[in-house]
Design a protein around this ligand. Structure first.
Ligand code: HEC
Ligand SMILES: [Cu+2]
Length: 223
């Protein structure tokens, strides 16, 4: 009788510790991490693009960015922070980041997800810890990264051509001068899939891309 009682208490204790301990453990684990979770939902631009269009965080704050898609496969890229992930419908990607540099970071989609895919632009605003205005960040000067982010989907990772023509030595780029390239990149080719980048990329970014296209032409077999 006494032994039965002991077992009974033990069983009750076990059930109780699981019922209380598990949620308490999860809660304290979440408390121990004192950043915040933010959601980003990807939708094609025709149904609203990034939701919300702008996320604000404080510099130095650790955030868990949870990204998912409400329709098709998208790619979330924040070139200024070196972030690039694929976002699939029904799946959640968690990205941990602690942006240190205040500024406005452009968020783009790297998958050609709809006819208006190029308009899928959001913003991550990193506020200075002490308040005050958000500084403008110098444009990324990494042409290779810009090319992979914005152009490779259509022109191929090596510029070998896909939906868009080849931009390496086999294409027409060697015959074009910088002014012509600048014009094409800025204005796009109306009536074709080639978007106008003038509104989306800064002058410095376009120049970095032109420098990269020149390298592609010189080294057609770059890895
Ligand atoms: C959504 C697809 C798409 C994306 C993204 C794209 N392009 Fe294009 N691009 C095209 C197509 C299609 C053409 C051919 C247009 C035509 O028929 O005249 C083209 C043409 C060009 C040309 C002229 C090449 C030639 O032989 O006439 C250049 C240069 C170019 N793109 C550069 C870029 C750069 C740089 C980027 C990234 C910033 C970029 N493109 C992103 C589809 C795209
Ligand atoms: Cu998209």
């Amino acid at each position: 009788m006494e032994a039965m009682k002991g077992w009974e208490w033990l069983a009750r204790g076990l059930v109780l510790s699981v019922l209380v301990g598990l949620p308490l453990g999860l809660w304290t684990a979440d408390r121990a991490w004192n950043g915040s979770a933010r959601w980003w939902i990807a939708r094609i631009p025709e149904s609203g693009g990034w939701q919300p269009p702008t996320l604000e965080v404080r510099a130095g704050e650790e955030i868990r960015l949870r990204v998912t898609s409400a329709d098709v496969v998208h790619g979330l890229s924040i070139p200024g922070l070196g972030i690039s992930v694929t976002v699939e419908p029904g799946k959640v990607r968690e990205i941990r980041l602690r942006p240190e540099r205040p500024g406005r970071y452009r968020v783009i989609c790297t998958v050609v997800c709809s006819p208006r895919h190029g308009e899928m632009i959001g913003e991550l605003v990193v506020r200075p810890p002490g308040g005050g205005p958000v500084p403008e960040i110098e444009a990324a000067s990494d042409g290779a990264f810009l090319f992979q982010t914005y152009c490779a989907a259509c022109h191929g990772p090596q510029g070998e051509g896909r939906v868009g023509p080849a931009l390496n030595a086999t294409g027409r780029v060697p015959q074009m001068d910088d002014a012509t390239l600048r014009e094409i990149i800025r204005q796009g080719r109306p009536g074709t899939a080639m978007p106008a980048w003038g509104e989306r990329l800064s002058e410095a970014e376009i120049e970095a891309l032109i420098r990269f296209l020149r390298e592609l032409v010189r080294e057609p077999s770059r890895p």
